[in-house]
Write a protein that binds this ligand. Sequence first.
Ligand SMILES: Cc1cc2nc3c(=O)[nH]c(=O)nc-3n(C[C@H](O)[C@H](O)[C@H](O)COP(=O)(O)O)c2cc1C
Length: 490
Amino acid sequence: MVVEQAPEAAAAEFDDLQGFLDLVEADGELRRFNGVDWHLEIGGINEALAQKRGAMCLFDEITGYLAGYRVSSNPFTSYRRTARVLRLPVDLEGVELLNAYRQKIRDIRPISPVTVPTGPVFENVITGADVDLFKFPAPQWNELDGGRFLGTGTATVTRDPEDAWVNLGTYRNQIMAPNLLGILANPGKHGRIHIDKYHRKGERAPVVVSVGHDPTVFVEASYNVGLNTEAYAFGGWLRGRPMEIVKSPIYGLPISATAEIVLEGYVPTPDEMPKMVEGPFGEWPGYYAYSALGETPVMVVEAIYHRNNPIIFGAPHVKAPSPTIFAVPLSAASIWDDLERVGLPGVTGVWRLGAWGGGAGGFFTVVSIKNLFPGHAKQVASVAMASRAGAYGGRYVVVVDDDIDITNAEDVIWAMGTRSLAHEIDIVRDVWTSPVDPMLSPEQRASAQWTSSRALIDATRPIRWRDQFPPINQFSRAKATEIRRKWGLE
Ligand SMILES: Cc1cc2nc3c(=O)[nH]c(=O)nc-3n(C[C@H](O)[C@H](O)[C@H](O)COP(=O)(O)O)c2cc1C
């Protein structure tokens, strides 16, 4: 029997960044800009489109650079592009998209990558004194950035020196010198743990940084897939077939064979490490909060591999609304799963509003429930606050009834304003936050005391007297539809 693949599914697959851009263009969601300046112009255009949840951008003929040396940005400001990379139906939005992802991840079966002898990533190989990171049109994205950031949507590959487990992580990369690159892997991130382990043994840490690749690789790298998941196996599962990898020539680390630009080298031991200022850079909370002298690991780049006409994969954060829509289904799904794991019934949705980071991190978490028993809402809020994806860099956890559209900030604020009491908000102090939290005082920042507080807000109708809670001043759906139809208002 011949099984025919659905034409849509066949056409929708992609193996590299160019393939994804072609798909996005066919969807009518790509904007091309030629003749732009890497200094602030790319960043300004990116911000304008990101904040209105607009098109993905492709910049070419960048001032001072050869045509073909391109920058892409704004990959995931639409639900459609997010669904494309998660390989979900493209017409899903909001909580429906999130639920489809939860269904999908329930059956996760990571698919190991296959190692191939070579790939397009080696079309150009630059080593030794020829290494020059300024060869690529890395933008100065924002007005107060400390320099040019080649890496914003990266995949940094490191290996644990103890058990050889390989990790992919997205950590920003500032160009510090023609052969020096900052790697801001914050303490606790896997890439940083690996680097520190080498350093404790007095050794240099081998590292590979991919700054252009299939967006599937970016999703895996910027999402906390979980320890022990083989690198590239999450991406393989997302796309339903193995990712193709090649071994990096110097340290044998796995690289996507179709990557656009990959840098290989090492992070010197702390004694050898050049003391340089990294940052500032526009971060996910919407500020320039973190910049430090000699804190950020600096990589010595020994080799550059790149395709002909390479494309930088740019995914810088901008002030809210946050551009990485894919982070919402991923982190909200993880909070929702945690709520179910502890046996909490009645959850009908989880969402994040305002600013959020990658797989975790977000100041405002909203959970909707069917309120089932006294204390239900506060229990939900406490678990959401403490779950892995909800804990990092949070501030407010709001629980609302299931008639609220949790993807709509106006609706959530209406519920808070009308169904909660300020004196009943519970505060939890001294909880985990991110070094880019703008409310860290200068003293906390200096002493690495990165904690903040949480407000748990029950904005559900009070369960003890909800039958007497005033009815909502809004037409019933049936009556509204009848009138709107009659008068052509739909
Ligand atoms: C666009 C984007 C940029 C990010 N930049 C950084 C960064 O500079 N430093 C960092 O520690 N985490 C950053 N993150 C978050 C990490 O990528 C995320 O926590 C990921 O899970 C890290 O991998 P790990 O958990 O294996 O360490 C970023 C996430 C995104 C989506």
